[in-house]
Each structure stands twice: as structure tokens, then as C-alpha cells.
Write a protein that binds this ligand. Structure first.
Ligand code: SIN
Ligand code: CO
Length: 374
């Protein structure tokens, strides 16, 4: 892969080798001349919506308050030291979605969302660390970041936010619009607005193994098949009626040990799990849909594209979309893999699709998972 201005003139391979999960990287003018993609008022409107996750953080000296959205009344712009965090803005705006997708040198399975923070002078969320990698792109105004590699990650107790008890910074930078700071997980940081500012956080996802394990067992519960029922034709009279007898425990163990997890089980589970939209995501079904015949005709002419909110992944013969999975043949697989990677297919490509794929497209179109291209 070629060198990217976004990464300060190094290639994604070099970035991943030298910085990713390892050390911070400050990139001056990662996006030269960057202008905010959303006006302040548009951001506030998003924060007032039911289907958008947001938090309002107000601060009085070292005392922090947090309120979850929808935000119906924000503090006045003249009030200092407040921050509005709006999660998943990429789900609601094409330009923000396109910005997030500039980071696709990291696979979709690891990409989470783009959060926008708005702060008045002196605003910030306090010294803290995150469990995930993050790129902090300055979008408007200036923010002073103080960062440090401290091992002591003790938090102040009884606060609504994670605040580091003993924050000591080693470096300090003032970011201007277009500048970007990459931080690996667990790197201590504190960003304070210098005047009004907006910062875009490109965040990643790294599921906890416990969370994956619980979800996997639930998934397996729906697919296990253990025919038969316990029987004991050799039962002998009970001396201690309350005691669980060895033959029963051994016999049940023998049956339960027949449950095996195959690589396919894990692939299908993971594809469904990672492509599942967050609980707050709602798709907008198309308004007056075309008839199936008309849709296919139009799709073959104009092509199709995935909705911003659609998450599509694949592996080998398995294709996953918004938490659903299906196995496909070779030809369909090539076409669907192209759709997942490019998030769009030309009319010519759609014209080569099988009847099954066209039927799936038509259902996805009605559900708002995919639309006709412009
Ligand atoms: C912010 O943008 O205000 C906070 C982002 C962060 O520190 O993770
Ligand atoms: Co942070």
C-alpha cells in the first residue's frame, strides 16, 4: 500500500508495524485544510434524537456531571467547560461516513464509529484512558492534548466518568484543524478545548473475550442437536437417595462432550455478531418501493449501494449482513464480496447476479439495507 498523507506520509503497513497498539503518533495536517463536516447546529440536532447516542458533560472545577441523551436543552454557548459527545455520526451523514472509511486499511471487523465532540472553552472529559485505539482528528478550533504512558491507571472513585487519579503527562500538543493524534489502548490522555472546538474520534472495536464467549454459547444453544433422553436400565437401589450417582454423571458427561465447536460454527457466529447493528440503529425502509420487477430492471441499469448503516462481511462461502448469514456458491460469492468491499455494485455487475442474489437485493432494498445508486 502507498504512503498516506492521512498517516503523515507513511504507509498503512509501517503505521501498523510501528505505532498501532504500541505508541502515539501525532500527524500535523493529516487532512490538509480540513473543515468540519457538520455545523454545530446539525450536531446539536443529532444529539436531540432518540436513535442517536449522546452524552453531555459539564464540569465545575474538578467536579464532573454526565447526562445521557437525547439532549433536549444544552447549556448556553457562553457557558464555559461543557462537552457534548455524539456517537456514531457516520451512521447519519454521508461525508462523515466517507471520512470513517478512509481508515479502511484497518478491516471493517475492527472499525467502530466516528464520534464528534463539541466543547466550549476549557471543556474536556478529564484525564482518562480508553480500552480501544483511537484517532483524534481536530475538526474545528484548537484542543490541547496532554498524554502519557503511565502504568498507574487508578481511577477516582464515585465519578460518572473514568477520571485518572494520578495523571502525569509526558508530552503536550496543541492540535489545529486537520491535525490528528493516534493513541493506542490504555494510553493516558486529557484534551482541553482552547476556545470553542470540535474533535472527531475514529474509534475501533475489540470485543472482550467474556462478552464473545457468552454470545457464542447463546448462538450455539440455537444450533445444537442432541437427540435421545437419559435412561438407566441398570439402576440399582439407592443407599443415599440424595447423592448424585457416578453412572449418571458419567453418562451425561459422555453426551454433553459430543458438543463440538467447529471452525464453521465460530466463523458464522463471529460474522453474525460483528455485522449486527448496535441496539440504537434503526433502518429506514424505502418509501413507496418499486415492484420487484421494476427494482431489478433499475438495479441492472443504475447499480446498487449499501446503506450507511449496513454492515456487511464475508469469509469463504459465508456472507454476513446486519447480523444475518448465508452460505453462497462461487459466482454469487464473488459478486457479494465485491459489494461488501466496495459497498456498491455497478449496473453491469448487478446484471450478472443470480436470481437468488437479485431476490436478496430486493428484500434488502425494501428494508433500507441497500438502495439504487444515483
Ligand atoms: C473528546 O473528544 O472530547 C474526548 C475524546 C477522548 O478523549 O477519547
Ligand atoms: Co479518550
Amino acid at each position: 500500500m502507498k504512503n498516506l498523507t492521512l498517516l503523515g506520509g507513511i504507509s498503512p503497513a509501517t503505521f501498523l508495524r510501528d505505532y498501532w497498539h504500541k505508541k502515539p503518533l501525532l500527524i500535523r495536517q493529516a487532512i490538509p485544510g480540513f473543515k468540519p463536516l457538520l455545523e454545530r447546529t446539525a450536531l446539536f440536532e443529532l444529539a436531540a434524537r432518540e436513535d442517536v447516542e449522546s452524552r453531555l458533560i459539564t464540569q465545575n472545577q474538578q467536579d464532573w456531571q454526565m447526562e445521557h441523551g437525547p439532549q433536549t436543552s444544552l447549556p448556553p454557548l457562553t457557558q464555559k467547560q461543557w462537552t457534548l459527545l455524539v456517537q456514531g455520526v457516520n451512521l447519519h451523514d454521508d461525508a462523515v461516513d466517507a471520512l470513517l472509511r478512509q481508515f479502511r486499511f484497518i478491516p471493517d471487523s475492527r472499525l467502530d464509529d466516528l464520534m464528534i465532540s463539541y466543547a466550549t472553552d476549557g471543556g474536556g472529559v478529564g484525564p482518562h484512558f480508553d480500552s480501544y485505539d483511537v484517532f483524534l482528528l481536530q475538526a474545528h478550533g484548537q484542543r490541547r492534548w496532554r498524554i502519557g504512558a503511565q502504568k498507574d491507571l487508578t481511577l477516582v472513585e464515585g465519578k460518572p466518568l473514568k477520571i485518572l487519579k494520578n495523571f502525569k503527562h509526558e508530552e503536550e500538543f496543541v492540535l489545529e484543524p486537520g491535525d490528528m493524534l493516534y493513541l493506542p489502548p490504555h494510553y493516558a490522555h486529557d484534551g482541553i478545548a482552547i476556545g470553542e472546538c470540535m474533535t472527531y474520534s475514529i474509534g475501533f472495536r475489540a470485543p472482550a473475550f467474556q462478552e464473545l464467549g457468552e454470545a457464542f454459547l447463546q448462538f450455539m444453544a440455537d444450533s445444537i442437536d442432541l437427540p435421545g433422553r437419559y435412561a438407566d436400565p441398570d439402576l440399582t437401589p439407592a443407599k443415599n437417595p440424595a447423592e448424585l450417582q457416578t453412572p449418571m454423571v458419567e453418562r451425561i458427561a459422555e453426551e454433553l462432550n459430543k458438543m463440538q465447536f467447529t471452525a464453521d460454527d465460530i466463523t458464522i457466529f463471529l460474522g453474525q455478531y460483528l455485522s449486527e447493528p448496535k441496539a440504537s440503529v434503526f433502518f429506514d425502509p424505502v418509501d413507496k418501493p418499486l415492484t420487484p420487477a421494476r427494482f431489478v430492471q433499475a438495479a441492472k441499469k443504475r447499480g446498487v449501494k449499501l446503506a450507511r448503516k449496513t454492515q456487511m462481511l464475508y469469509r469463504q462461502k459465508n456472507v454476513f449482513i446486519n447480523g444475518e448469514s448465508f452460505a453462497v456458491g462461487r459466482e454469487d460469492k464473488i459478486l457479494l464480496a465485491a459489494l461488501a468491499n466496495d459497498r456498491a455494485l455497478s449496473g453491469d455487475a448487478v446484471a450478472k447476479a443470480s436470481v437468488d442474489v437479485l431476490e436478496a437485493f430486493q428484500v434488502w432494498y425494501e428494508d433500507g439495507w441497500l438502495s439504487l445508486d444515483a
